[in-house]
Design a protein around this ligand. Structure first.
Ligand SMILES: Cc1cc2nc3c(=O)[nH]c(=O)nc-3n(C[C@H](O)[C@H](O)[C@H](O)COP(=O)(O)OP(=O)(O)OC[C@H]3O[C@@H](n4cnc5c(N)ncnc54)[C@H](O)[C@@H]3O)c2cc1C
Length: 453
C-alpha cells in the first residue's frame, strides 16, 4: 500500500516532477484546510488525480488551493503534452467569445451549459492573466486567444508550476492501471510497477483516445466503464477528411475560407473558416469542425449517406447571379477567379462543364445555373478520415448524466470525480476544448476538495 511517508514514486522510472523538485512529506506539506490553524490535528483529504493533462493539472491547482493533500499522477515523463502541441505550438488557450451551441454532446445540453457556465470565460481569462501571469492576446481574424509569447510551453510549464506551488505533488512516469473503492469511503489507485496509493478521493482526468503519443490511450475510459459508467460511443473528432483517389490532389496546398455543411440522416454540422487541400484530402478548421459527421457515418458503416457540401466563397446564389452577369469581354474565368484562388476557380468551372474563356455576355442560363450550383453547393467527395492519430479530440465519453454538475462527482461512485475529455462533450476549433478542460478540471478539483462551484 502507498504509505503517507515522505517519498513518492519508488520505482526507478517514476519520479517527482521537474516542476517541483522538492519531495514533500505529508507532515511537512504546505497544504492546509481553509480556516484551520497550521499544526491542527485535522488530516486533509487526500486527493489523487490520474492524468496531468489540461484538465488534471487544473484540477490539481484547485484541489491543492482548497487545502487537499493533492497527488497528480502522470504516465508520461512530463505531462501536458497536448498543451505543448496545441495551436501549432502556440496554444489557443481560450476563445475570445463563446457560443455554447457549438459544443457537441449526446448527453443533456442543459448539463453541458451548467458545466461551461460554472467558470465563465472572462474569469478563465483573468485566471490565466492574473494568477498564472500569462498575458493573452486575441487573434482578430479567428477570435482565438493565444499567449502573448506565442509559446505553448509557457502555458504547460506555468500550470504545472502553479500546481506544485499550491502544494500538489506531481509524480511523472507512473501509469495508473485501476482505481477501485475499498470501503469506508476510501479508494485504491493501482499503478504499473509502482506501489498502489490509498486516498479519500480520486479524480480521473485521463483524456480520450486522440493522438495516443501524448499519453491518452483510452485506458481511463475503460476503467470508468469497468466502474459501471455509461460511455457514449467514442469517435475521432476534429480530424482531417480524406478522399481516395484524391480528386483535387493537384490543388494540394491551396487554402481559402469556405462554408461547409456535413449531413447524414441523423446528424449535421456547419462551419465557416479556413479550408486546406492536402495530398490526401482536406484539412483546416472548417473541415475539422464538421468532420465528426462523416467520421460517425463511416464508423457506423453508413458512409454513403453522409455528404459534405461546400460554399466556396462568401457569395451566395444572388451574389453570383450578379457577378456572372456582365457586358463587355470579361470571361467566366476572370469573374470566378476574382473570388477564389486561380487553380480552384478553374477546377470548379471545369466541374460545372463551362468554358472558362467564355465571355459572361455569352454565358447561357443553364451554364450559369450549373456554375452557381457548383460554387454555392458543391459536393466535396470524401472516402475516409485521418482518425485518432490526427484527431484534436475524442467525441463521446462518459455520459454527463452520470456526474453531479456542481462538483463533477460520479453519481455511480461517491468519491470519484471526472473531468476533461473523458466526458461526453467537445467543442469546435478555437480554444473551446481547453475551455472545457479548464472549467471541468477546476470544478472537479474544488469538488474533490469538498468545495462546490
Ligand atoms: C494537435 C492538437 C492540437 C490542439 N490544439 C488545441 C488548441 O489550440 N485549443 C484547444 O482548446 N484545444 C486544443 N486541442 C484539444 C486539447 O488539447 C484537449 O481537448 C485537451 O488537452 C484535453 O484535456 P484532458 O486533460 O482532458 O486530456 P489530455 O490533455 O489528453 O490529458 C490526459 C493526460 O492523462 C494522462 N494519462 C492517461 N492515462 C493515464 C494513466 N492510465 N495513468 C496516468 N496518466 C494517464 C496522459 O498521459 C495525459 O497527460 C488540441 C489537441 C491536439 C491533439
Amino acid at each position: 500500500m502507498f504509505s503517507r511517508g515522505p517519498c513518492l514514486g519508488d520505482k526507478a522510472g517514476a519520479r517527482e516532477s521537474d516542476y517541483d523538485p522538492i519531495v514533500r512529506s505529508n507532515e511537512t506539506s504546505p497544504t492546509h484546510v481553509p480556516g484551520e490553524e497550521p499544526g491542527s490535528s485535522h488530516t486533509p483529504r487526500r486527493v489523487v488525480i490520474v492524468g496531468a493533462g489540461a484538465a488534471g493539472t487544473m484540477a490539481a491547482i484547485f484541489a491543492a488551493t482548497a487545502g487537499a493533500e493533492t497527488i497528480l499522477l502522470e504516465r508520461t515523463a512530463d505531462g501536458g503534452r497536448k498543451i505543448l502541441i496545441s495551436g501549432g505550438g502556440r496554444c489557443n488557450v481560450l476563445p475570445a467569445e463563446l457560443d455554447e451551441t457549438r459544443f457537441v454532446t449526446e448527453s443533456s445540453r442543459n448539463t453541458l451549459h451548467k458545466l461551461v457556465r460554472a467558470w465563465p470565460l472572462a474569469e478563465q481569462r483573468a485566471f490565466f492573466e492574473n494568477e498564472l501571469g500569462i498575458a493573452l492576446v486575441e487573434e482578430q481574424e479567428t477570435r482565438k486567444l493565444f499567449p502573448v509569447s506565442n509559446r505553448a510551453r509557457d502555458v504547460r510549464d506555468g500550470l504545472m508550476a502553479l500546481a506544485a506551488q499550491r502544494g500538489a505533488r506531481l509524480v511523472m512516469n507512473t501509469r495508473v492501471t485501476a482505481v477501485e473503492p475499498i470501503g469506508d469511503g476510501r479508494w485504491r489507485v493501482t499503478r504499473d510497477g509502482d506501489e498502489p496509493i490509498e486516498c479519500d478521493v480520486v479524480i480521473v482526468a485521463t483524456g480520450g483516445l486522440s493522438v495516443p503519443a501524448t499519453g491518452s490511450d483510452g485506458g481511463g475510459l475503460q476503467m470508468l466503464a469497468g466502474l459501471g459508467h455509461t460511455i457514449h460511443t467514442t469517435y475521432a473528432a476534429l480530424t482531417p477528411v480524406t478522399a481516395d483517389p484524391a480528386p483535387f490532389a493537384e490543388l494540394s496546398g491551396v487554402s481559402l475560407a469556405v462554408t461547409l455543411t456535413a449531413t447524414s440522416p441523423t446528424r449535421s454540422a456547419t462551419a465557416s473558416g479556413g479550408f486546406l487541400f492536402t495530398h490526401r484530402g482536406y484539412s483546416g478548421p472548417s473541415v475539422l469542425d464538421v468532420s465528426h459527421v462523416v467520421v460517425r457515418a463511416a464508423d457506423e458503416n453508413d458512409r454513403s449517406t453522409a455528404r459534405i457540401i461546400v460554399r466556396w466563397s462568401a457569395l451566395d446564389d444572388h451574389d453570383w447571379e450578379v457577378a456572372l452577369r456582365g457586358a463587355g469581354a470579361r470571361t467566366v474565368g476572370a469573374a470566378v477567379r476574382s473570388h477564389m484562388p486561380d487553380r480552384l476557380a478553374l477546377t470548379l468551372i471545369a466541374i460545372a462543364g463551362v468554358d472558362p474563356l467564355r465571355q459572361l455576355a455569352e454565358l447561357r442560363r443553364e451554364e450559369r445555373l450549373a456554375l452557381i450550383e457548383t460554387l454555392v453547393r458543391g459536393e466535396l467527395p470524401w472516402t475516409g478520415n485521418e482518425g485518432y492519430k490526427k484527431a484534436e479530440v475524442t467525441g463521446g465519453g462518459v455520459s454527463l448524466a452520470q456526474i453531479n454538475p456542481r462538483t463533477m462527482e460520479s453519481k455511480r461512485h461517491p468519491g470519484l470525480f471526472l473531468c476533461g475529455e473523458v466526458l461526453d462533450a467537445f467543442g469546435p476549433i478555437g480554444g473551446y476544448n481547453f475551455l472545457w478542460a479548464w472549467a471541468t478540471g477546476r470544478a472537479a478539483g474544488r469538488g474533490a476538495a469538498g468545495e462546490r462551484s
